[in-house]
Design a protein around this ligand. Structure first.
Ligand code: PGA
Length: 259
């Protein structure tokens, strides 16, 4: 895994946006895998800025979101549908027909999840998947114990995740306990993965992901097997890495072998 350590959250966002923008310039009809949560907000702000000020074009882009709460309608203020439209999609020139966000309200989830996987395949697969990481090391809602080969399905959220998400809901009992989520196996098929992490609360999960064993107890650790995964961290999220100096050394010297 390539590890990029930046000074702060804004630098994570700029670095990640640069990678996304370069992909869209090279492949205007790219398929983007998108994530929700606090971490990618800066990336989305930067993409909106690039769209407005530099004409970054989303008109041919297809998007697939990682997950959605089960039981929340698309127009619920805390749904990931609302999050995506409010924080990115309504502010760039993406075509709504190319936006895919899992539907947490369908009756036959099994059939629906199969269809969602099929849609990703029919779009030609995901070129670049944006990922956050949970304190428990989850990617998307693949909580500890999720199969590293898992596909899109319903997951019961871990207590830690429910607690972390409670801040977005009026009452604790309103926080959904289930989500429909791409599996680890689905994510691993993306051609490139960008894992973003900011702040000391993520430092332990980040260290386990990058330097620990590959284990379903830290589902992000599956990315060690991905051929093109980049972890973009800030100083605090990198705080528990043992080989930090080496990653910084590699990053400093990357330019010289690219020239
Ligand atoms: P966060 O969530 O970006 O809000 O910290 C990340 C995650 O739980 O995947």
């Amino acid at each position: 895994m390539e590890v990029v350590i930046t000074p702060d959250y804004d630098a994570i966002s700029r670095h990640a946006a640069g990678i996304v923008a370069r992909l869209l310039y090279k492949k205007p009809n790219a398929v983007l895998g998108l994530a929700t949560g606090a971490t990618p907000l800066g990336l989305y702000r930067e993409l909106i800025r690039l769209h407005r000020q530099e004409g970054l074009d989303f008109s041919k882009v297809t998007t697939f979101n990682l997950d959605e709460y089960v039981g929340l309608p698309a127009d619920h203020p805390q749904s990931y549908h609302r999050y995506m439209w409010d924080n990115l999609l309504s502010q760039v020139n993406v075509s709504p027909s190319r936006v895919h966000i899992p539907n947490g309200m369908v009756r036959d989830m099994e059939e629906y999840c199969e269809w969602y996987e099929g849609e990703i395949a029919r779009a030609g697969g995901i070129d670049l998947q944006v990922l956050g990481i949970g304190r428990d090391g989850h990617i998307a809602f693949n909580e500890p114990g999720s199969s590293l080969g898992s596909r899109t399905r319903i997951k019961t959220l871990a207590r830690e995740t429910v607690e972390d998400n409670a801040r977005f809901f009026d009452r604790d009992e309103d926080v959904p306990r289930h989500a429909v989520t791409m599996g680890v196996g689905t994510i691993m098929e993306a051609r490139q993965c960008l894992l973003l992490a900011s702040g000391s609360l993520k430092a332990e999960a980040v260290a386990a992901t990058i330097e620990g064993p590959i284990t379903c107890q830290v589902t992000a650790s599956a990315l060690q097997l991905h051929r093109d995964a980049i972890a973009i961290l800030d100083d605090q999220a990198a705080g528990r890495l043992k080989r930090r100096e080496y990653y910084e050394w590699v990053f400093r010297h990357k330019e010289s072998w690219l020239r």
